[in-house]
Design a protein around this ligand. Structure first.
Ligand code: SF4
Ligand code: SF4
Length: 466
């Protein structure tokens, strides 16, 4: 068959049949050097995934995304809702990084690092092989009547899948609320944590549904990243690709016949191992998650028939069609420049970010007050937020100009606990004879042990004396 013929695969998703029903994928167990490498990487990945919420750094989780309290701890740095702009920049940075990476290497991330692929292929699929056997046995089990063997295997699979989903759900919850809150839900009476228990069950059930039923549909139908490949890839992107120059025309292997066809012997092994049910020989398709199972399968066939491996390999269309090496295209260079600019901006903002946030907002309802000692006083609502792990015990407010700043309680120094906040009222007083404008911008400075750590600008209102 010519590679240009039979394009009907483009009209449908491989996992949905003509009548719109799901074609269940029974993927054969892969084996080979790529599968082995991915297995080792997944062990490391799982270790990190399950361990990270329990790692503490300076009394904080190393990674926590507490959406409920709007508190995020990323690699030990604490971010609050006031830092949301940083979160926005980091999201843009992440998206640009994914774009750069995809333009160069397609869905490499999906195959090697995406949690969905790791859990599906390296945890649940392996458990499935262990309980039900390889693909032919799974097909036979599906067709078999509900006898004792089928009931035992299906019950075991559901129980094990739910248990692992429960572990993932709990870990996921620990990323959101922190390990201490999770332990409280587990160890304290149910009645005190009905909401926590409900979240636990919802997360576990969602993961169970994803891995018992949704499976590859997450990558082919749900995930927007896969669908972006059509606009991100070009002929220089390195993807998992079939070398049609070498493989075509494909033809079955015949004994005692001199072979004139290409190297593909049409054994279909690459399709049988594919977890998304596609035929990579049809070219790059959005369903391909770059899991490399077809590379391993084809390499094992090439070794058996004494042909060089790499009929399916990591390569760009330009490499296969024109034998061109990998190049950094102008488009890729432009993306890299944008990425570097964003990265520089992000790092400099992060490095100069104040650990204490100060807000000084003019109190409503009162313009100004003239005091008996000839000063004009303005009242402000004042807030300090400590975003760091440190306690501050001698913070001092000073006014930048002629005048003074006073806290309503008369205290000179303030104490601020780690991650704590203070709300109060303060007055700024300026001698009436020094006021020349009805509204002027003033600066309130915050010092810690004599060192300026934060400056906040605000407005000061006063009468105009002619
Ligand atoms: S085509 Fe190959 S790399 Fe792509 S999903 Fe299928 S087996 Fe994995
Ligand atoms: S595994 Fe290799 S030889 Fe077999 S059908 Fe696929 S590409 Fe052809």
């Amino acid at each position: 068959m010519n590679i240009d013929e039979g394009e009907s695969f483009r009209d449908k998703v491989a996992t949905i049949d003509e009548s719109g029903k799901r074609n269940w994928v029974f993927a054969y167990k892969p084996s080979g050097k790529f599968y082995q490498a991915r297995s080792w990487l997944s062990i490391f990945y799982l270790f990190v995934f399950f361990g990270l919420p329990f790692v503490q750094y300076k009394g904080e989780p190393f990674l926590m995304l507490n959406i409920l309290e709007r508190k995020f701890v990323i690699f030990g740095f604490v971010f609050w809702s006031q830092d949301f702009y940083l979160f926005g920049i980091s999201m843009i940075l992440f998206i640009v990084f994914i774009i750069v990476f995809s333009v160069a290497f397609g869905r490499l991330f999906c195959g090697w690092a995406c949690p969905q692929t790791i859990f599906m292929e390296m945890v649940f699929r392996k458990l499935e092989y262990f309980i039900e056997g390889d693909a032919p046995k799974q097909i036979a089990l599906k067709k078999a009547p509900w006898n004792a063997d089928k009931i035992i295997k299906r019950t075991a699979k559901f129980a094990v899948f739910y248990f692992v989903s429960f572990l993932i759900g709990n870990t996921f919850l620990a990323y959101i609320i922190g390990k201490d809150a999770l332990l409280k839900i587990i160890t304290e009476p149910f009645s005190q944590h009905i909401g926590g228990f409900t979240s636990m069950l919802i997360f576990s059930s969602v993961f169970f549904f994803v891995y018992i039923y949704l499976r590859e549909q997450v990558c082919t139908v749900v995930c927007p990243y896969g669908r972006l490949q059509g606009v991100l890839l070009d002929k220089h992107s390195v993807v998992v690709a079939y070398d049609y120059v070498r493989g075509e025309p494909r033809e079955k292997l015949r004994k005692n016949t001199e072979r004139t066809a290409g190297d593909c012997i049409d054994c279909l092994k690459c399709i049988h191992v594919c977890p998304t049910g596609i035929d990579i020989r049809n070219g790059t398709q959005l369903e391909c998650t770059h899991c490399t199972a077809c590379i391993d399968a084809c390499d094992s066939i090439m070794e058996k028939i004494n042909k060089p491996t790499g009929l399916i390999k990591y390569a760009s269309e330009a490499t296969i069609a024109e034998n061109k090496p990998f190049i950094i295209t102008a488009r890729l260079k432009a993306y890299i420049v944008v990425l570097l600019i964003l990265l520089t901006a992000f790092v400099s903002i992060l490095a100069t970010r104040s650990t204490i946030e100060m807000q000084v907002i003019k109190a409503s309802g009162q313009l100004y007050v003239e005091t008996p000692d000839g000063q004009i006083s303005n009242m402000y609502n004042f807030m300090l937020i400590n975003k760091s792990h440190n306690n501050y015990d001698s913070l001092e407010l000073k006014f930048d100009g002629i005048g003074s700043v006073e806290l309503v309680n008369g205290h000179k120094y303030l104490s601020l606990k780690k991650e704590g906040s203070i709300k109060s009222t303060l007055f700024v007083k300026i001698p009436a004879n020094r006021i020349s404008e009805r509204k002027q911008t003033i600066k309130v400075n915050l010092y810690h042990k004599g060192q300026l750590i934060e400056v906040e600008k605000t407005n000061f209102l006063g009468p105009v004396f002619n």
